[in-house]
Design a protein around this ligand. Sequence first.
Ligand SMILES: [Zn+2]
Length: 238
Amino acid sequence: MDIYKSLKEEAYEANIEIPHRNLAIYTWGNVSAFDPEKSVFAIKPSGVDYDKLKPDSMVIVDLDGKVVAGSLNPSSDTETHRVLYREFFQAGADIRGITHTHSPYATAWAQARRPVPVFGTTHADYGAETIPCTEYISKDVTKNNYEEETGNLIVDTFKKQNKNPQYMPMVLVAGHGPFTWGRQSAAQAVYHAAVLEEICKIAHFTLALNPHAAPLPDHIIRIHWERKHGPDATYGQR
Ligand SMILES: [Zn+2]
């Protein structure tokens, strides 16, 4: 019996959502699914087209970076995923899946090195605060493991900006692109990648129409965030 069967299936399903949601062309994106009990994650193999993927092609990696199951090489971004699971999970954030894409609007904001202000309620529904953007990765650390250092850069950005990955599931890496995650599943990480792309697109149009557009007043941000996430949330069916 394959003890990683359901984790591989979860990662597979989430990975094939990437082309379905138009979040990446070719192999420009990857998703992983984390099992906190086994302390391993399943991730897309490197350079394999989405239409060639199978649940069994997913690679299982532990939090020390060792491949524990799978015959293919894991995604080149595996080390970034690993650092985020290790650091965020150890810091007490529930994190079950991570997505990385080069979706155009989110990547454009990352290339412009602009954090995304809360311009409207679409954004406020998913995060009551600005979506952070890192600094460029420094020359010093790129001598080390670049992908691992990209993970460290994200973790440091959250620490410096006092952001909680539990409540802000998105980040832009300067000059590179977006990483998103989900508290519930790998599918939720992809969902957040699609939401981020849409938020970045709308923010871009907002600034095109009014380069001086101001962020949404705080009382409206609070209403939208709390009706979806607060203790008295009214959103959805219950
Ligand atoms: Zn990338």
